[in-house]
Design a protein around this ligand. Structure first.
Ligand code: TPP
Ligand code: MG
Length: 571
């Protein structure tokens, strides 16, 4: 059996899994132990892997997904069978939707019993359940196939469009033994797991030809562009063409939000007016109103789209793509840059000055709002503080979830560096907060600021214990407005139950952090919030600031009120 060095003669499933991960540079596991993987977590730690143990699998899964996005290597989540697996599955599906590479490794029960449905401990056909919710799903039945299983999982997670992969490891596999040397030879160090995919030269030329005809061009950067790690090339593309750009939420900071070509403060104007739009790693899904309708200036004349994406089937998903450029974003942008050369004509000044005029006006208007000091504190006056703190700490990671707490933060807090912002992503899902915060701290070593709606925080709140246990430099700021969207709803029947969107008023969330040895701060003014955040960043101690926000300040669903179906009967 195993020893500390390579002299062992026999190996087993446990060690082969760990050796295969290590061989591929996967050195961190986000886990929750139990049958049959408890020993795997212990052995992983003994073998020098970092094991971050969570209180609920969904957050371990979210951490793995965020780690995948931040490192470009698949994040590893390890769970027990059936219920543990299901708890992790939400994160796996969310990772796949967000195109974050992760591998959910789950122990499972005995195949023979599961397949005959004879009622095993935690019986469930996990592979079948996982399959439609992720990019690929594999099961390994024999120790000698572990190397191949992990190699396939890695390739599936990171090549092409990244996503979630499920790897099913039945309990019996772990105890299987084989000759150590044969075991070593069975492992695969994956060569070039995410191969470059070069765009076709004629596709690049078509895109450039179209871009050249534009009178009101716009570049739209998505989180695919951030993930691509082609930061310098993307910046060069924006600056050499002189085209205004809009970053999607997680592309903020790819270029600093203060960049003069950023059209964020003139978003509705540019979406409505642009005639040629170049999408870089951004999908025309609901977050972009599917590329059509009022947002896109229906009636303002036709729009033409250039789309850069690694997935050919993304093209025409919602509207016609006039110039598809399929390949990895780094290669596509490099090819476009080569074609652009140094003589590229700037967009008509009429367009760029119209954009910048609106931008200046809106920024000034926002500055006025931010300068106000209402009592009680509202989203704006609180975010004015967060904005300053992020500006002073541009390397800090920002995690963000909620409705109003999300939307206001996204528009008010400027980001200065790529891949610093992690949020609810494509699904707008609540519950990513503490899992993402843990991964951000573990993978970057930087201070993490998590701006959380009070409802949003509740989904993963117990992981503050995890944050304290690993002593992570996470500063959680809860925007506490007593509920979902607002704290002001009342029960129309007047009974003892409060309205469905309302929580316990003036809840003392900071005491949760104190319970585990972290720092709790109760902040009712911007000054208290500022000193709490400054101290958290300076000390790197786990901190939770309960920022009390005017309970009337929010709007229904934040910025997406219109997605709520309207009742036909108004009563
Ligand atoms: C998993 C999941 N469940 C429910 C929702 C619906 N939802 C959207 S935002 C939100 C919470 C908003 O309240 P809060 O986090 O307090 O933010 P606020 O608007 O009050 O700042 C909920 C429950 C969701 N997006 N995801
Ligand atoms: Mg709230």
């Amino acid at each position: 059996m195993s020893t500390d060095n390579d002299t062992r003669e026999t190996t087993d499933g446990f060690h082969l899994v760990l050796d295969a991960l290590k061989l591929n540079g996967l050195d961190t596991i986000f886990a929750l132990p139990g049958i049959p993987i408890t020993d795997l977590t212990r052995m992983a730690q003994r073998e020098g892997l970092r094991v971050i143990s969570f209180r609920h699998e969904q957050h371990a899964g979210n951490a793995a997904a965020a780690a995948g996005y931040l490192t470009g290597k698949p994040g590893i989540c390890l769970t027990v069978s059936a219920p543990g697996f299901l708890n992790g599955l939400t994160a796996l599906a969310n990772a796949t939707t967000n195109c974050f590479p992760m591998i959910l490794i789950s122990g499972s029960s005995e195949r023979e019993i599961v397949d005959l449905q004879q009622g095993d401990y935690e019986e469930m056909d996990q592979l079948a359940i996982a399959k439609p919710l992720c990019k690929a799903a594999y099961r390994v039945l024999h120790a000698e196939d572990i190397g191949v299983g992990i190699a396939r999982a890695i390739r599936s997670a990171v090549s092409g469009r990244p996503g979630g992969v499920y790897l099913d490891l039945p309990a019996k596999l772990f105890a299987q033994t084989m000759d150590a040397e044969a075991g070593r030879r069975s492992l695969i160090k994956v060569v070039d797991p995410a191969p470059r995919q070069l765009p076709a030269p004629d596709a690049v030329q078509r895109a450039l030809d179209l871009l050249k005809t534009a009178k009101r061009p716009l570049i739209l950067l998505g989180k695919g562009a951030s993930y691509a790690r082609a930061d310098d090339e993307i910046r060069a593309l924006v600056e050499k063409t002189g085209i205004p750009y809009l970053p999607m939420s997680m592309a903020k900071g790819l270029l600093p939000d203060t960049h003069e070509q950023s059209a964020s403060a003139a978003r509705s104007y540019v979406l409505e007016q642009a005639d040629v739009v170049m999408l870089v790693g951004a999908r025309l899904n609901w977050l972009l109103s599917h590329g059509k309708g009022k947002t896109w200036g229906a009636g303002h004349g036709p729009k033409q789209f250039i789309q850069i994406d690694i997935s050919p089937t993304e093209m025409d998903s919602n509207v016609r793509i006039d110039a598809p450029v399929v390949g990895d974003i780094g290669s596509c942008v490099a090819a476009l840059l080569a074609g652009i050369g140094s003589q590229w004509p700037k967009p008509p000044a009429e367009w760029t000055s119209a954009v910048s005029e609106r931008r200046t006006k809106n920024i000034a208007k926002m500055a006025e709002t931010l300068a106000k000091d209402p009592k009680p504190m509202n989203f704006h006056s609180a975010l004015n503080v967060v904005r300053d703190i992020v500006k002073a700490n541009p390397d800090a990671m920002l995690v963000n979830e909620g409705a109003n707490a999300l939307d206001f933060t996204r528009s008010i807090v400027d980001m200065y560096k790529p891949r610093k912002r992690l949020d609810v992503g494509t699904w707008g899902v609540m519950g990513i907060g503490m899992g993402f915060a843990v991964a951000a701290a573990v993978e970057s070593g930087q201070p993490v600021i998590a701006i959380e709606g009070d409802s949003a925080f509740g989904f993963s709140g117990m992981e503050v214990e995890t944050i304290c246990r690993y002593n992570l430099p996470v500063c959680v700021v809860i925007f506490n407005n007593n509920g979902v969207y607002r704290g002001t709803d009342v029960n129309p029947k007047g009974g003892p139950d409060v309205a469905p969107t309302v929580f316990v008023k003036d809840a003392r969330y900071e005491k949760l952090m104190e319970a585990f040895g972290g720092v709790g701060v109760y902040a009712t003014t911007p000054a208290e919030l500022r000193s709490g955040m400054e101290e958290a960043i300076r000390s790197r101690r786990p901190t939770l600031i309960n920022a009390v926000i005017d309970e009337t300040a929010g709007t229904e669903s934040g910025r997406i009120t219109s997605l709520n179906p309207a009742a036909a009967l108004k009563k």
